[in-house]
Design a protein around this ligand. Structure first.
Ligand SMILES: [Zn+2]
Length: 428
């Protein structure tokens, strides 16, 4: 289907300039000054007047666990270790694949509703995530969470086999999903298993998705056990030579920055989750100054407790300014880059993350009549500082509407709410 978005405002054009954007075959086929496309005889199956809309690239949530929205507001105001091991893990262990399907869809609803078009996931039930993506039209990079000591560990082997099965399954149902290897963390995976993942990633050309240096306890324990910081430990195991996403990196030693400043390494900061679990605030300002690549994620709804990248961007930029006492620590423009183009690079999809001709059409329309968008002095500032996500009116993924005029086009929202409430009844 081809779509013509007429008279729309683009973020990288002057505030008073309007453009026409043609979407065809899942791509941004052409962009021109408003009205000029008509002169060139542009035609489209659908023409939308976007006179009161801003068009922006879909946001990319580079770290979450989508099925965990089932545990939103279930374990709050408790320390990290209690939260993870006493409250969350027992529920996780009792979830069925069917539960996970509905949890994934609930998360996808929230992400689409707030302008996210791609998410990076670490899953217990990857098949259900793939299915939820296929059914909703959502894009994702999915990894199966791996735990275990060594490559001969039965549970680790089973999880890896499952992960490779899911990849095949994803291809057969046409889901917009890529796959990564997902060793959970250095404290849940042994040295041999991590080395094995590193070898597998090189052999198969896959990305690695891991939590790193999230807590002070993890940082100190790693030094005590291995004589290395978590970052240096990953370097020793060869993992920093792979295309890798490192969620958190709250605790970095001075010498860690140089190890992380390479084009294949992507730090994914999760400001709300780190704050809520009382783990601190990642030094993103310094990371950027030292040449690290930084993307952003929400982490799960069990620790955030939302999957909303607008509120996450606001927290990130304001937090960096506050912590560094530097109002320029992270500008609105840099913050938007982190949530779009940097995210695209982190997942190896340079065709995403910008509104430019030839790129894949993962796009979000913002209602400029929302009070938070007025007066319209500066759209980037409005999106990074004022917006809460509920200014999103329409969302396209690969050129297809998944949210249109405030309605889901692919998801039966009432059914998802009904099913997730039914699951929650078991845990009340
Ligand atoms: Zn996580």
């Amino acid at each position: 289907m081809s779509i013509l978005l007429k008279n729309v405002h683009l973020l990288d054009r002057p505030e008073d300039e309007r453009s026409d954007v043609k979407v065809d075959g899942g791509r941004i086929a052409a962009i021109c000054a408003a009205g000029e496309g008509a002169a060139d005889g542009w035609e489209a199956d659908e023409v939308l007047d976007c006179s009161s809309k801003t068009l922006m690239p879909g946001l990319i949530n580079c770290h979450t666990h989508a099925y965990m929205s089932l545990m939103r507001n279930y374990a709050d105001d408790v320390p990290f270790e209690t939260w993870l091991f006493d409250r969350i893990t027992p529920i996780e262990d009792s979830l069925t694949a069917d539960d996970a399907y509905w949890g994934n869809l609930l998360s996808i609803m929230e992400m689409i509703r707030t302008g996210t078009t791609t998410f990076v996931d670490m899953q217990m039930f990857p098949r259900m995530a793939v299915q939820a993506c296929a059914d909703s039209g959502m894009r994702a990079l999915i990894s199966r969470g791996l735990v275990g000591q060594s490559r001969s560990d039965e549970a680790a082997k089973r999880r890896l086999d499952e992960a490779f099965d899911e990849m095949e399954y994803g291809k057969t149902i046409g889901a917009l999903c890529d796959f990564a290897l997902g060793p959970h963390a250095i404290y849940t995976c042994g040295e041999d298993l991590l080395s094995y993942v590193s070898d597998l990633a090189a052999e198969k050309g896959m990305r690695v998705n891991i939590h790193l240096a999230e807590t002070e306890h993890e940082f100190r324990s790693c030094i005590a056990e291995h004589g290395l910081t978590p970052t240096a430990y990953l370097e020793k195991l060869g993992l920093l030579d792979r295309d890798i996403l490192l969620a958190h990196c709250v605790y970095l030693a001075d010498e860690d920055y140089a190890l992380l400043a390479r084009p294949n390494v992507h730090v994914v900061t999760n400001p709300a989750s780190n704050l809520k679990l009382a783990n601190g605030f990642a030094p993103v300002h310094r990371m950027l100054k030292e040449g690290l690549q930084v993307a952003i994620g929400t982490d799960s709804a069990a620790s955030n407790n939302a999957l909303n990248l607008f509120t996450e961007m606001r927290l990130l930029t304001m937090g960096q300014k506050g912590v560094t006492k530097d109002a320029l620590a992270l500008t609105a423009e840099e913050t938007l880059e982190i949530a779009t183009a940097n995210g695209a690079r982190a997942i190896g999809r340079d065709d995403l993350g910008r509104v430019e001709e030839g790129r894949t059409a993962d796009l979000v329309l913002i209602d400029e009549n929302a009070p938070t968008m007025r007066p319209l002095y500066n759209r980037k500032a409005a999106l990074a500082y004022s917006a809460s996500g509920y200014e999103v009116s329409d969302v396209l993924i690969e050129g297809e509407f998944v949210y249109r005029d405030g309605e889901y086009t692919t998801i039966d929202a009432e059914r998802v709410l009904f099913e997730t409430e039914k699951i929650a009844e078991r845990y009340r």
